[in-house]
Write a protein that binds this ligand. Structure first.
Ligand code: JB2
Length: 215
């Protein structure tokens, strides 16, 4: 399986190793930073910017992975996803070999489940979701497209997270809570009540910190 990577930072490096461990062939990376062109990441060449994707497609590669991460604001990840899809690529779904994904869970296109993460029975994850290292998404959770559950966060059973929501590292969300679209749960927070769209919450128990204009 031949695949091109979008982004050449730390998030991409994690994915490169996960994909290589499963025998995937990464033909190159593209990165918006011109200074990265001609460098290598874990031995993989950085081909240049996204304009290089057309040549990659002409060479017969139709699969990409999204290596552009984010902490808090997932709008960049959504824009890059849309732009790469518009160039005709499909996204690779990446499940680390050390992750556990329930056979009854549903995982959307391009969603990445990192080492040591757990996805419980009946969970439904949309497209381009990140479940980062060691995070737990319990049974019957529903995560919209572009959601990021950061390292070590825990979503108890039946949590809903709207499109583009971010759950910070080490945060916990009580069972059945609904997180609005593009809301942000701060690092280490304990969320016990629903969070409206575009709101940032933090603390134990979590309280609103600021409001962001959503799309
Ligand atoms: O539109 C784009 C684009 N926008 C940013 N196209 C392409 N091809 N590349 C893009 N980038 C590139 O993504 C940037 O130029 C940069 O090189 C890379 C992002 O790397 P960075 O190291 O800044 O962050 P990251 O996304 O790898 O990781 C963040 O998110 C992870 C989830 C960090 O906060 C990590 O700590 C975190 N674990």
């Amino acid at each position: 399986m031949r695949v091109v990577g979008i982004g050449a930072g730390g998030h991409a490096r994690m994915l490169v190793e996960m994909i290589q461990a499963q025998g995937g062939e990464i033909v190159g990376l593209v990165d918006a930073d011109p200074a990265r062109k001609g460098t290598t990441v874990l031995g993989i060449p950085v081909l240049g910017g996204d304009e290089q994707l057309d040549a990659v497609a002409r060479a017969g590669v139709k699969l990409a992975f999204l290596g552009v991460g984010a902490v808090g604001d997932n709008s960049r990840r959504r824009k890059v996803w849309d732009a790469v899809r518009d160039r005709g690529f499909e996204f690779m779904t990446v499940i680390a070999s050390s992750a556990y994904v329930s056979p009854s869970a549903v995982i959307g296109e391009g969603t990445c489940v990192f080492p040591g993460a757990i996805i419980g029975a009946g969970a439904r994850l949309g497209r381009n979701v990140i479940v980062n290292t060691g995070a737990i998404v319990e049974h019957d959770c529903e995560l919209g497209d572009h959601v990021h559950v950061a390292s070590g966060a825990v979503l108890a059973g039946g949590v809903h997270a709207g499109e583009g929501a971010h759950v910070g590292a080490g945060a916990s969300v009580k069972q059945g809570v609904r997180l609005g679209r593009e809301c942000v749960v701060g690092l280490g927070a304990a969320v016990i009540d629903d969070v409206a769209d575009g709101i940032t919450v933090g603390g134990v128990p979590a309280r609103p910190l600021q409001t962001r204009v959503t799309r």
